[in-house]
Design a protein around this ligand. Structure first.
Ligand code: KMH
Ligand code: ZN
Length: 271
């Protein structure tokens, strides 16, 4: 089994300081949080930018600043979001790809997202995949429902995505696919064999799905975007605290944690 890749999803677009007082918001805070997560085992930082007042933004200049500040601190893989917030336009969402990051997220289907709709029509997916291909950016294909795997495979047929894909199964978003053990098993059994996958369990699903991924040979995403708690009712001190627990459990299970260089090799990144 390969070493475990831990992704830290530090901020997201939905969480506020009202519910998670330790949420990193400014580029400086996000870069510091990435560095703290890297020190305890994260090899990828999944990034959403915010304005100083906390509003989510896809402004390329804010992403540029975050990228620069992270690179000054450590070699963690910078993975900006092209999902943004549900109300961002397609044009806004795609902006961080201009920075030619090693990776970026790419959602391959529309789903309910709480009381909102997370829009990813065929036109959206094809636009994002085409630009990422042109810029040499490896997509992390975000899967919120089973059909999104099939949509990704259609993009492969059209030459817009390349195998092996790296999938991220985002499970437990209200309105989309739940995060029970059987849900993860079904998704893992539905992807081509040479593909890699990580799991991002939302809220209470985060830890049990992470433990499953550790023993199944998948990879793990944790952080405030997905879950603000350390345990039931106890708000986490930092993103690093959530990363550190996953690294500890993985090592206890006999699976070492990948450095960014090792994650780059596992994911076929060229840097
Ligand atoms: N904030 C969600 C609506 C991604 O980063 O690519 C979308 C999201 C997915 O977070
Ligand atoms: Zn995200």
């Amino acid at each position: 089994m390969e070493k475990l890749i831990i992704t830290a999803c530090l901020t997201g677009a939905e969480v506020t300081r009202d519910v998670q007082p330790n949420l990193p918001i400014t580029p400086e805070e996000i870069a510091d949080a990435a560095y703290e997560a890297w020190k305890v085992g994260a090899s990828i930082a999944h990034i959403h930018a915010r304005k100083p007042d906390g509003t989510p933004t896809q402004d390329v200049e804010v992403y540029r600043e975050i990228k620069k500040k992270i690179e000054e601190r450590c070699d963690i893989i910078f993975q900006p979001s092209t999902g943004g917030a549900v109300w961002h336009s397609k044009e806004e969402r795609v902006q961080p790809v201009q920075l030619m990051p090693e990776m970026a997220s790419l959602s391959t289907g529309t789903c309910n997202f709480g009381n909102d709709v997370f829009m990813n029509s065929e036109e959206y997916m094809e636009t994002f995949a085409k630009i990422m291909k042109e810029k040499g950016v490896k997509p992390e294909v975000e899967i919120f429902e089973k059909g999104m795997i099939d949509n990704a495979m259609k993009l492969v047929k059209k030459g817009l995505l390349t195998l092996p894909i790296h999938f991220d199964f985002v499970l437990g978003v209200p309105g989309a696919m739940p995060g029970e053990a059987r849900d993860l098993m079904y998704l893992v059994s539905s992807i081509p064999q040479d593909c890699t996958w990580t799991v991002a369990g939302i809220g209470r699903y985060e830890l049990p799905l992470a433990v499953m991924a550790i023993v199944m040979g998948g990879h793990v995403r944790v952080g405030f975007e997905d879950n603000i708690y350390y345990s039931k009712g106890v708000v986490a001190d930092s993103n690093a605290q959530l990363v550190e627990r996953i690294a500890r459990i993985s090592r206890e299970c006999g699976r070492e944690v990948a450095s960014p260089a090792e994650a780059r090799r596992i994911l076929g990144l060229t840097k």
